[in-house]
Ligand binder design. Structure first.
Ligand SMILES: [Zn+2]
Length: 119
């Protein structure tokens, strides 16, 4: 079990990182150059993990209440997101409320306060 912590991932346009893929039962690394990356979560602290699969866990701090939510995404899905896939298609296992936090930096509790349901 190997984990490495970075201050943040520095995923910006034009930068590259490696993803691990498997072809014919052989793992190999593919260098990915980013085309996009404008979600709030990309600027947040994250931890990269390689086992049992390559994932990134982002520590997302709500810009309003400072509550931190940990969100784990697969590196392959992060790659798809950077290729222009919509966040809901790239990370279908992440709740809608959390995806909002990933994009806007506002947790669902704060959203509810800003836009209360009309009764
Ligand atoms: Zn909040």
């Amino acid at each position: 079990m190997k984990a490495k912590t970075k201050k943040h991932i520095d995923l910006l346009d034009g930068e590259s990182y490696q993803i691990r893929k498997i072809k014919d039962n052989r793992p190999y690394f593919e260098e990915v150059t980013l085309k996009s990356g404008n979600g709030y979560f990309l600027s947040q602290k994250c931890t990269e993990k390689y086992q049992p699969e390559h994932t990134y866990t982002f520590n997302l701090e709500c810009t309003k209440c400072k509550h931190i939510t940990d969100v784990e995404v697969k590196s392959e899905d992060l790659y798809q997101y950077h290729q222009g896939k919509y966040i809901q298609d790239a990370f279908p296992y992440i709740s809608q409320a959390t995806r909002g936090l990933m994009l806007d930096g506002v947790c669902h509790k704060c959203w509810d306060k800003m836009f209360p349901d009309e009764d």
